[in-house]
Design a protein around this ligand. Structure first.
Ligand code: ADP
Ligand code: MG
Length: 739
């Protein structure tokens, strides 16, 4: 009965096709109503597998639940019900203000009264389902629930009426799965559809991507069992065991992909660079206007060791903003461009340096030109905006503009040794004579595909050095960059001033503005960071609280800093407009730059030493840290002021960690622990599920998945015997990225 009911209610009627596999499109598994079809599309669910891997976000424990017609006098109860009516009034004798509601759950109706809280009637809505917990007063027909706790729920009204108490889910399980929903596709639909699919899938169709040996070793339930446990658990333990298994699966699949990729890449030939360490060391000592840090020495040595091998290097250089990654990159470049090409002993090997924005590329081009001007090599700059080469024929201390065609020609014949550029470097026409090294700066700004496109341009695989200023916890590094070896710059150059970070109370805003104005008068520049670009849509009332770049800029110009030049910068502007604004800020034609987080990957503006972060509670710690990095580039004391629109205890804790910690790695770990990985800035659209993210808090699990993955690839490099795993791994690689 229940099944028939839910089938007609939710239209999960199966099509006639009987043989169902995980790859079967949902369209062919069910007769879908247009609304359902649209909803599934929105959720990105296409196949039976997608459906089965759409996991509950939580469970409603119904073992505590009471049906309204079973409630006894003076009982403490939990009830689910649809609000039928709402009103406010005064109590009969004492004239206390009271809100009253009548709720119904299909078995009966119950009066609910909130004394002294007439506003409850305004907060609730007729026709919605609420969960109520409280004590029942009065007797018989005059019973009422007094001042109960109310929780909104995502359960549909029809579900309360028809199936909450009748459905198989509750009758047999006591735990009701609640799914991420969308219009047209409710939790009720998911439960019925998943129940139907599980009943129709044969054991043979449920092939487990995790090899049995691995499952046994880590006590993981097999796929068929885990699917039942995650969707229809009888108790908490089953749900947890299943979640652990799927978390492992997600990490494992990705690790297999990394291990596979790495194996493939390393099977390629690369150019062995036998640089003389003494020469490199001399270069580092003599050419830099500073003494390299221990960490810089260590990283340079690790890279040089990699370059000597016949297999291509795959290394990530991670170091906080300002830790001096450029110098390490320069050491690697030096080693390459002082080594002769195989075909022509008198021409140097080549290297490519890719930066995420044109301005950064230009800045790096200038920096490298000055570091290498003593060498007999030419350096090229290639962006969509144009091409240049250093040194100019007429002036050996200056670069000169050239046509793009000319530069491409020089890259092809090998007469330009280092090419700095943006995405333009990936284009097909860019062909190198002998490309030995690829460096990707701020690599998290590029998609995996772009990263690979450059690294894999040639038959001979170049050595690859990725650089990132996003300090991330080790588990995340292993997961997102599992195919890379890791060098870290865990030490900032000496003498850096620690920024003074203040969490500002709303009443102190004026005082902060005065302090900022004093800095402006000293000739410094200021960043103002807002989480939003424009005035938020009224649809999302929560967003109303977050400040927007456009409004804030207007407000500051009119009422706070009318005497100063204010610029705005955000992601809706074209790349060209953004570059222009950044250039103007760099030239000090703008005093105050109001911006979103796009400024994160920034050029150096050493004169900007003050940062105001609005609605700071909106940002993850790692991101706040990244932002603050913008004001660490000069010898002036830097100040960072954080304003928050809301002040929950969690916010306060998080922001105080930010104010007191300047170590990016420590902050990243704290972020992971405090917020849950799903909230980690940038990981949200990472192609990784919340469940997988949760797994990343568990270093042991990640390491285990990695070890097992490596073992499998070592045993069967082309994954012939693991075809399912191989397919899943490729799919995962397509999706994954960390921003
Ligand atoms: P990032 O790691 O953010 O790319 P950069 O390479 O741009 O950092 O270096 C930041 C600044 O620190 C530059 O101005 C650079 O000249 C300087 N710097 C780098 N290494 C050192 C060092 N060992 N001692 C002093 N200053 C350094
Ligand atoms: Mg840098």
């Amino acid at each position: 009965m229940a099944d028939r009911l839910s089938q007609s209610e939710v239209s999960t009627a199966p099509t006639r096709q009987t043989a169902l596999s995980l790859a079967t499109p949902l369209e062919r598994a069910f007769r879908l109503r247009p609304k359902v079809r649209a909803g599934l599309k929105r959720l990105g669910l296409q196949t039976v597998r997608d459906l089965l891997y759409h996991f509950p976000s939580r469970y409603e424990n119904l073992s505590m639940l009471k049906r309204i017609n079973e409630i006894g006098d003076r009982e403490e109860v939990v009830v689910f019900g649809v609000i039928q009516s709402l009103k406010t009034g005064k109590t009969f004798r004492t004239k206390k203000p009271v809100a009253e509601a009548v709720v119904a759950d299909g078995s009966g109706t119950l009066l609910v009264r909130w004394f002294h809280q007439p506003y409850m009637a305004k907060m609730l809505k007729e026709g919605t389902v609420v969960k109520l917990a409280g004590i029942v007063y009065g007797r018989g027909k005059r019973r009422y629930l007094a001042n109960p706790d109310v929780e909104p729920t995502t359960i549909a009204p029809e579900e309360v009426h028809h199936s909450l108490f009748a459905s198989q889910d509750v009758a047999t399980h006591g735990y009701l799965a609640i799914y991420p929903e969308t219009k047209g596709v409710s939790s009720l639909w998911f439960r019925a559809a998943i129940r139907s699919v599980l009943a129709r899938l044969t054991a043979a169709a449920l092939v487990d991507p995790i090899p049995e040996k691995v499952r046994t070793c880590y006590h993981l339930p097999d796929l068929a069992c885990a699917l039942r446990w995650i969707h229809q658990p009888i108790n908490e333990k089953q749900a947890q065991a299943a979640r652990k298994r799927f978390a492992f699966e997600e990490v494992f699949v990705l690790q297999v992909a990394h291990a596979y990729e790495r194996h493939q890449y390393e099977a390629k030939r690369s150019i062995q660079i036998n640089a003389d360490w003494q020469k490199v060391a001399t270069f580092m000592r003599e050419r830099f206007p500073f003494t390299p840090t221990k960490a810089q020495w260590r990283a340079a040595r690790e890279i040089l060791t990699d370059l000597k091998r016949p297999r291509p290097m795959l290394r990530l250089l991670e170091g906080d903003v300002g830790s001096g990654k450029t110098a390490v990159a320069a050491a690697a470049l030096f080693a390459v461009v002082t080594s002769p090409r195989s075909a022509n002993r008198y021409a140097p090997l080549q290297a490519a340096y890719m930066a995420p924005t044109e301005l950064l590329a230009r800045q790096q081009f200038a920096e490298l030109s000055s570091l290498f001007h003593h060498l007999p090599i030419r350096i090229g700059l290639l962006t969509s905006g144009g091409a240049a080469v250093f040194p100019s024929k007429t002036n050996p201390t200056k670069p000169t503009r050239v046509s793009k065609r000319q530069l491409l020609q020089w890259i092809r014949d090998g007469s330009v040794a280092i090419v700095v550029g943006t995405h333009a470097l990936i284009e097909k026409q860019v062909q190198f004579a002998e490309l030995a090294l690829v460096i990707i700066d701020e690599q998290h700004r590029f998609g995996t595909a772009q990263r690979k496109a450059l690294a894999r341009k040639d038959a001979i695989a170049p050595h690859l050095l990725s650089m990132s200023a996003t300090p991330i916890p080790r588990t995340l590094a292993l997961t997102f960059y599992g195919d890379l070896d890791l060098s870290t710059l865990d030490e900032l150059p000496p003498g850096r001033k620690v920024p003074i970070t203040t969490i500002v109370k709303p009443q102190d805003r004026t005082r902060v503005y005065q302090a900022v104005e004093a800095k402006l008068k000293e000739g410094r520049q200021v960043y103002v960071i807002c989480p939003r670009i424009a005035t938020p849509d009224a649809q999302n009332p929560l967003a109303l609280q977050a400040r927007s770049v456009e409004e804030e800029a207007k407000h500051l110009a009119q009422s706070v800093f009318p005497a100063w030049r204010i610029g705005v910068l955000h992601g809706k502007m074209s790349a060209k407009e953004r570059e222009e604004v950044m250039q103007a800020f760099l030239n000090h034609d703008i005093d105050i730059l109001v911006t979103t987080t796009v400024v994160e990957v920034g050029v150096n503006v050493p004169n900007a030493t003050v940062m105001i972060i609005e609605s700071a509670e909106r940002f993850g710690l790692a991101q706040l840290h990244q932002l603050r990095g913008r004001i660490l580039r000069s010898s002036h004391q830097a100040y960072c002021y954080c304003f928050a629109e809301s002040w929950g205890p969690a916010t306060r804790k998080r922001l105080s960690v930010f104010a007191t910690t300047t170590d990016g790695f420590a902050l990243a770990e704290a972020d992971l622990a405090l917020r849950g990985a799903g909230d980690l800035s940038g990981t949200r659209q990472s192609g990784f599920s919340d469940l997988g993210m949760e797994a990343l808090k568990n270093l042991k699990l990640v390491q285990a998945a990695r070890e097992e993955a490596k073992a499998i690839v070592a045993q069967d490099p082309s994954l012939q015997r693991f075809s399912l795993l191989r397919e899943r791994a490729f799919a995962a690689l397509e999706q994954i990225h960390y921003e």
